[in-house]
Design a protein. Structure first.
Length: 189
């Protein structure tokens, strides 16, 4: 309780501030975004005046605020995403094209390590095919360019697919990938 002859406004302003706030050591109501503090000892005071603790507290507040803002943004984004968009993000892809290539290459009974490798193969294969297509004029109209695309697909699958894919299955996946690519990128010229 305040001691002395204070007006009602002063008593009302300082009511409940007889002891410092245990979390912040703030004793008075901040007026200009500052406060007065109680110091536990001289080192505590030196730390405060040296700004290290204030900077640390500020950074913690900023990080928490940043984290909360980021979390809110992520929640809004999550609500706006389609199921397929959520899936490609969950699977670790950058876009639905990579997820589609992964789906074309996927087979049952893959180990976690094989799935991880398959994701890399799907990204790499798609990137290389798209790069090759940009160098070709009407790539699906000519037998020579179609053959070149098929060879590229076969070579990448042969080198990069997990060992659990049999030699015979590589031809199947080569054809499946070529079919997907020709359907989705057939209009490239």
């Amino acid at each position: 309780m305040l001691q002395g002859n204070y007006r009602l406004e002063t008593i009302a302003l300082h009511a409940g501030q007889e002891t410092a706030d245990p979390a912040t050591d703030s004793r008075a109501v901040p007026i200009y975004q500052t406060a007065s503090y109680v110091f536990h000892d001289s080192q505590h005071a030196a730390d405060r005046f040296g700004l290290q603790e204030i900077i640390s507290n500020y950074n913690q507040e900023q990080n928490r605020a940043t984290i909360e803002k980021t979390f809110g943004d992520l929640m809004r984004l999550s609500l706006e995403l389609t199921e397929e968009e959520k899936r490609y993000i969950r699977e670790g892809f950058e876009n639905d094209e990579q997820l589609s290539m992964y789906d074309v290459l996927m087979k049952d009974d893959l180990s976690k390590e094989d799935i991880k490798k398959l994701k890399v193969v799907a990204k790499d294969l798609l990137e290389k095919i798209k790069a090759q297509l940009t160098t070709m004029d009407h790539p699906f109209d000519k037998q020579e360019t179609r053959a070149s695309i098929i060879i590229t697909i076969r070579d990448i699958l042969w080198k990069e697919l997990p060992e659990s894919y049999s030699d015979e299955s590589i031809n199947y996946y080569r054809d499946a990938v070529y079919s997907y690519v020709s359907q989705h990128y057939g209009s490239m010229s």
